[in-house]
Design a protein around this ligand. Structure first.
Ligand SMILES: C[S@@+](CC[C@H](N)C(=O)[O-])C[C@H]1O[C@@H](n2cnc3c(N)ncnc32)[C@H](O)[C@@H]1O
Ligand SMILES: Nc1nc2[nH]cc(C(=O)O)c2c(=O)[nH]1
Ligand code: SF4
Ligand SMILES: [Mg+2]
Length: 193
């Protein structure tokens, strides 16, 4: 079993409900969307066996993996998640919500990009919804989305740079719609990966 891996790095979860938690990021290649604002270069990758990935991440004193990409659900299947669960890892995923998520994942962040209504059919329950928002975007009612413990709006950054106009728009949105909270890309503010 192999996965095509863009990068592996150890950092803190920079966004959403687990912000600040040490995590091993495994970024997989490929995506099924082409978001204009995407801050990530995920095209290049190397095929790695699961044993090679396990060896690469064993150097970190951390038992949380975050699968991301690209869109990690394109490659990641139940058997991959089972392999790392059996090695004692807890596993989170960052997904755009267009595809099924492996069932053994411990924490799902769903970051919908379009056709919000369709997401509930594929993924009925998640841990958090985190939608990227720029000034002028409309915030649908939470009932449109999968059931979640937390609902976040995440102001779109210009690459690694904060966009104050998007932030102030999101602050107003959250004050008007108190089921939602603000998520910032903290890792960019403190200049870590
Ligand atoms: C690079 S994506 C990879 C995972 C998956 N494809 C997705 O979109 O959820 C990881 C997270 O970064 C967010 N993101 C990407 N570009 C962003 C930007 N310019 N500003 C704020 N968030 C961004 C996405 O919305 C998503 O929550
Ligand atoms: N620190 C940090 N936190 C993150 N949370 C989600 C990320 C991603 O690119 O999926 C990300 C990332 O790239 N860095
Ligand atoms: S779905 Fe995620 S990885 Fe794919 S282009 Fe959009 S933000 Fe980037
Ligand atoms: Mg990122």
């Amino acid at each position: 079993m192999k996965l095509n891996v863009n990068e592996i790095f150890y950092s803190l979860q920079g966004e959403g409900g687990r912000v600040g938690e040490p995590s091993i990021f495994i970024r997989l290649t490929q995506c099924n969307l082409t978001c204009s604002f995407c801050d990530t270069d995920f095209a290049e990758g190397d095929d790695m066996t699961l044993d090679e990935i396990a060896e690469a991440i064993a150097v970190y004193p951390c038992k949380w993996i975050i699968w991301t990409g690209g869109e990690p659900t394109i490659q990641l299947k139940d058997e991959h998640v089972a392999f790392f669960r059996d090695k004692g890892y807890k596993q989170a995923i960052e997904t755009n919500g267009t595809r099924r998520v492996p069932s053994l994942i411990d924490y799902i962040t769903c970051s919908p990009k379009m056709k919000y209504e369709d997401i509930r059919k594929k993924i009925p329950v998640v841990n958090e919804i985190r939608i990227p928002i720029e000034r002028g975007n409309i915030l649908p009612d939470v009932s449109v989305f999968p059931k979640a413990d937390k609902y976040f709006v995440s102001p779109i950054f210009d690459g690694d740079k904060i966009n104050p106009d998007n932030v102030s728009y999101c602050v107003d949105l959250v004050k008007e719609n108190p089921q939602w909270s603000l998520s910032l890309q903290v890792h960019k503010l403190i200049h870590i990966e």
